[in-house]
Ligand binder design. Sequence first.
Ligand code: PMV
Ligand code: MG
Length: 336
Amino acid sequence: MSTKKTVQTCGKLYWVGEYAVLYPKQGAIIKNIPIYMTATIETAEHYQLASDMFDYSVGLEPDASYALIQETVLVMNNFLASQGLSSRAFSLSISGKMEKEGKKIGLGSSGSVVILTLKAMAALYELDLSSEQLFKLASYVLLKRGDNGSMGDVACIAYEDLIYYQAFDRQAIKKMIEAMSLEQVLAADWGYVIRRITPSLSFDFLVGWTKEPAISKDMIKLVQAAINPAFLAATQEQVLLLEQALTVGDKVAIKASLNKVGSLLADLSPAIYNEKLKQLRSASSGLDSVAKSSGAGGGDCGIALAFDQQAREIIKQRWQEAGIDLLYQERIGQNE
Ligand code: PMV
Ligand code: MG
């Protein structure tokens, strides 16, 4: 119990479904990215929480910067109590802010630190938390704190996989949190869907970084009023088509659905495709590939799927010429 434990959480990127997934029953496809945040934890006399995001550490006394981590500790202590475990103080140290050249790269989320803290505490207590428990506990913390994201990020990070995530009704679960115990809320059916996706054809997945940080919360405020039922229905149709196409290995359908969602986002608001993301997207033209923005847009990252070597190399070259960094590259569908 007193030994030091180390845990990690991955990053994530949206493939399709961004903005639409803010609404109940809407789906998104989100990919885990193996760029990690790390936490070490060990029992201690007093609580000591430290993150490389800040230049000081705290205990459990209220602190605005550490509020999310502190809330996670309190919720997890509540969960441990429900499992018959008595909580004890520890020292927790978090590192790996997802940055490059001093700018955030847009792979992380506030959700990462919640999952990281939950995993660290579970490791300390040698408790096996399922991906589902991690997802529900993290969503509970974020909802309690008034986070209004779709929770797609925490779903992807908890399952650490390429997933289809279908959103639950956050207002309904918020009410449940106010009225019921943690145990009851965790036992309830929230009505979300999470499915792992195993692509059955191989291709290269490329991540381009625009080097222009964007704040999802601000982007949502800017875009939200434009989201309408037609956008939601058209996006959901393409999200399900993409899940199917990946599963059966239908390249033409994969490209078509990613392209269609890219266009739906471009039509939704001019804020999503800024100049860099326009260049990132058009870099796939004329090639056996498809590219689009990822997540809220306005900066951060975009993605490309390349189905042959020539497409892969030309996209990289075009991105480089446009000042877009290749942040990550992965061969998908190789381990079948
Ligand atoms: O930019 P990101 O990776 O944080 O993604 C935001 C995706 C949105 O659908 C716009 C918001 C959300 O919480 O789902
Ligand atoms: Mg973003």
